[in-house]
Design a protein around this ligand. Structure first.
Ligand code: ZN
Length: 277
């Protein structure tokens, strides 16, 4: 299983816009040491992701975390195609994408959508990358945005607020019609080696929790796949979205699991829009 997960991670690295396969392999190997002490090493690994969101580390900060300011503005057609490889799937955006993310906790910056993908596990008891007080969900979708104050996605990877990733927990349960077109497109794309067109009427907003269930936590972290850049302001919705066993199995048929283990908090504070218990 360990072998499988490593290869899945390396494959996932190829999904990253800026990583080269050779580098990804070396960095994936290096990543195995991430949880060990780093005495004498200059590599910054104090803000790795994912983490266990434990109540003791969460600070309720309603002045910073304002649900009504968190806005994803999706332009129909921006999510143009999906590519499936050994590590999972990735939905790509059109050149000149104008889907944006803003929010009080993200400062004045406007973040632009780069891609989205998901993580999952072999059964419904695991698969999310972040944990909620030690508990896994069945999966987690990551919407990856880059800070347009920087010149490009690749430049943003080197900045501490370069990326903003929005995480949506998946919970195995009822069939979800709002995920149907995505899952069916992934099913069709699997087995092919070329990008497969997304339906023209796909609406990314439907993949999020409903508007009155968008309480979130935020913290400074990293990519969870190579090159593990410490450039991500995370926004993780605390209310999961349900999808069915059958829908999750379409993902498990790509690869059994593709989630990274939790990393040390290293004293970081997590801020939230709600009292967290
Ligand atoms: Zn991810």
């Amino acid at each position: 299983m360990a072998k499988l997960r490593r290869s899945a991670r390396i494959a996932a690295a190829k999904l990253d816009k800026c990583s080269l396969p050779g580098k990804a392999v070396r960095k994936a190997k290096a990543s195995r040491a991430l949880k060990k002490p780093l005495a004498g090493r200059k590599t910054a690994t104090h803000r790795q992701s994912p983490i266990d969101i434990v109540p003791g580390a969460v600070c309720h900060d309603p002045d910073l975390c304002k649900v009504d300011t968190l806005n994803i503005s999706y332009k129909p057609g921006d999510c143009c195609d999906v590519i499936v490889n050994a590590g999972g799937f990735r939905v790509n955006v059109e050149r000149g994408c104008s889907t944006t993310l803003t929010g009080n906790h993200l400062g004045d910056a406007t973040y632009e959508l780069a891609q989205f993908h998901a993580h999952w596990g072999t059964n419904g008891q695991k698969g999310s990358e972040h944990l909620l007080n030690g508990k896994s969900m069945s999966g987690e979708v990551h919407f990856v945005f880059w800070n347009t104050n920087y010149g490009s996605f690749c430049e943003a990877l080197n900045k501490e607020d370069g990326l903003a990733v929005v995480g949506v927990f998946l919970k195995e349960g009822q069939h979800n019609d709002d995920y149907h077109s995505l899952i069916e497109t992934i099913r069709k794309a699997a087995g092919g080696d070329k990008p497969f067109a997304m339906p023209k009427d796909f609406d990314l907003i439907k993949l999020l929790p409903s508007p009155d269930d968008r309480d979130f936590v935020t913290y400074a972290g990293s990519l969870t796949t190579p090159p593990f850049s410490e450039c991500v302001i995370w926004t993780v919705f605390t209310t999961p979205v349900e999808i069915s066993y059958g829908q999750l199995n379409v993902l498990r048929n790509i690869v059994a699991e593709n989630h990274r283990e939790c990393q040390d908090l290293c004293g970081r504070q997590i801020r939230s829009s709600i009292t967290f218990a």
